[in-house]
Write a protein that binds this ligand. Sequence first.
Ligand code: FES
Length: 81
Amino acid sequence: MVELCVCIGSSCHIKGSFGVIQAFKQHIEEKSLQDKINFKSSFCMKQCSNAGVAVSVDNVIHQVSPDKAGEFFTAQVMPKV
Ligand code: FES
């Protein structure tokens, strides 16, 4: 099970966490990965000063912008499922 978590704290909300969540949800549904990915959201991950929305994959934190969320999913999440 891959642990995928998107920050929904106020800073990441402003940077587009909703868009990142929507993109990830779409990929999970399209590929029927509901049983392979534990998809969650979190309050502030203490990465506010970084550029993108904080996203953790198996507890490794990345920065993701909403327009790159699909690419990120393919590159960082798919190899782990
Ligand atoms: S609000 Fe997302 S890291 Fe702080």
